[in-house]
Design a protein around this ligand. Structure first.
Ligand code: URA
Length: 433
């Protein structure tokens, strides 16, 4: 005998279309019925559009998140015997912070299970960056992940397909129905994966500015607040930093060159903004895991974080001493006058790196690890006519023209004293539940 379904999808769509609120049972059924194929894509498209237009209450967003978690496995690191903490960034240009951050936090005895993804479009993926290290392996079994967390304190690896499978199906649908940008859907999508990953504490790096997924600060704040509340509702200690993505982070965009810059930060150097954000996020992650008042920066300066990095890279088959790939061709853009660099827009530089081969257009495409951009000057720096402003690197020189098209008008040299268009402070505010 066919089982009787508890709800009717059309009734639920009508409720949401007319501005009503869905019960927890209705949401749990909807997500489950969609995952098993009973609710059709066209019905779920109508539902996501109704949510996009009418929003969701806090209880609905929580129920949606919990239903997506329940669609798959939930990891459990309680047997590790140490606290766990993780970070999620909404993504940006030159955002390589996970690389120095994970070993830095792990140095303090707090385990970091950093399940990461690959890049799509102009924002790069952590796994793509790390795969430029010869031998490094992104895919680990749950047992390997647990053992590495126990022995080395940190892991960066591919999120398994068992975590929140409902989100994967729903995200693919949103992508082709113009419903990605709904805050309830973004927040539940991100948080279902992070909560299912089993971390005890979570810091969200929510970016605002022209190169961010959420360009307006107010929308970024709302997303951060929603996610922080979801974390609290699920018993995960969660906070968020609102951070600036108006200009590229650091001086490199790409894969191998971002690894190089991360290693500089781990050696106590590197660009000031990358170091500042790494220290701010590590301090926040450690505080949520119960370690207040630790001198995080000291572990970058005295080599402890670097030692952890070398161990975790080796544990995943990588050779931390192996030379990183170098691109076959370079194209240098120089300053046409003396002055001050007053503008360097993140998004066009991210798109240019992608066109050079650093990113992918479809998820099955390969990336070119050596392709990317090095920025020799950052907003506020004095520049002299003829000096290099940035260098494009690619394996195929025919890629330069399209990359140059992307950055045309995206940087500007002004006079000393002109306002610098850098989007303001790097860390704007901290958000808690
Ligand atoms: N990243 C996610 O994982 N989900 C979204 O909905 C948007 C960004």
């Amino acid at each position: 005998m066919a089982s009787v379904e508890a709800f009717d999808a059309v009734d639920l769509i009508r409720t949401k279309r007319d501005g009503g609120e869905l019960s927890g049972d209705a949401i749990a059924w909807l997500v489950d019925a969609y995952t098993r194929g009973y609710v059709a894509d066209e019905q779920m498209s109508a539902m996501t559009m109704a949510i996009f237009l009418n929003g969701m209450s806090r209880a609905e967003i929580r129920d949606l998140t919990m239903a997506m978690i329940a669609s798959g496995e939930r990891m459990d690191f309680s047997g590790l015997g140490k606290p766990t903490t993780d970070k999620h960034s909404t993504g940006g240009v030159g955002d390589k912070i996970t690389l120095p951050l994970m070993p830095l936090v792990a140095t303090f005895g707090v385990a970091v299970p950093q399940l990461s993804g690959r890049g799509l479009g102009h924002t790069g993926g952590t796994l793509d960056k790390l795969e430029s290290i010869p031998g490094w392996r992104a895919t680990l079994s749950n047992e390997e992940m647990f053992a590495q967390l126990r022995d080395e304190g940190g892991v960066i690896c591919a999120a398994g397909s068992g975590l929140a499978p409902a989100d994967r199906k729903l995200y693919a649908l949103r992508d082709i129905t113009g419903t990605v940008e709904a805050i309830p859907l973004i927040a539940s999508s991100i948080m279902s994966k992070k909560i299912a990953e089993g971390t005890g504490a979570l810091v969200l790096d929510v970016k605002f500015g022209s190169g961010a997924f959420m360009r307006e600060t107010e929308r970024a704040r709302e997303l951060a607040q929603t996610m922080v509340e979801l974390g609290a509702d699920a018993g995960v200690a969660t906070s968020a930093l609102l951070t600036n993505m108006h200009v590229p982070l650091g001086r490199t965009i790409g894969n191998a060159n971002e690894v190089r810059e991360s290693v500089e930060v781990l050696a106590g150097g590197g660009p000031a903004d990358v170091r500042e954000l790494t220290v701010a996020l590590a301090t926040e992650m450690l505080a949520l895991a119960g370690q207040d008042d630790v001198d995080v920066a000291a572990a970058l300066d005295d080599g402890r974080a670097m030692d952890t990095w070398r161990r975790v890279i080796r544990a995943q088959g990588g050779d931390p001493d192996a030379p990183l790939p170098e691109a076959r061709e370079q194209h240098v853009v120089t300053a046409d006058r003396d002055g001050v660099l007053v503008e360097q827009q993140a998004l066009p530089f991210g798109v240019a790196a992608w066109r050079l081969g650093a990113g992918r257009a479809r998820k099955e495409d390969p990336v070119q690890h050596a392709a990317g951009i090095e920025l020799h000057a950052k907003p506020g720096d004095a520049v002299r006519a003829g000096e290099p402003l940035f260098t494009l690197s690619a394996d195929e020189p025919e890629r330069f023209a399209r990359a140059l098209e992307s950055v045309e008008g995206a940087w500007r040299i002004g006079d000393p004293g002109d306002p610098v268009d850098d989007g303001g402070p790097l860390v704007l505010e901290r958000i808690t539940a």
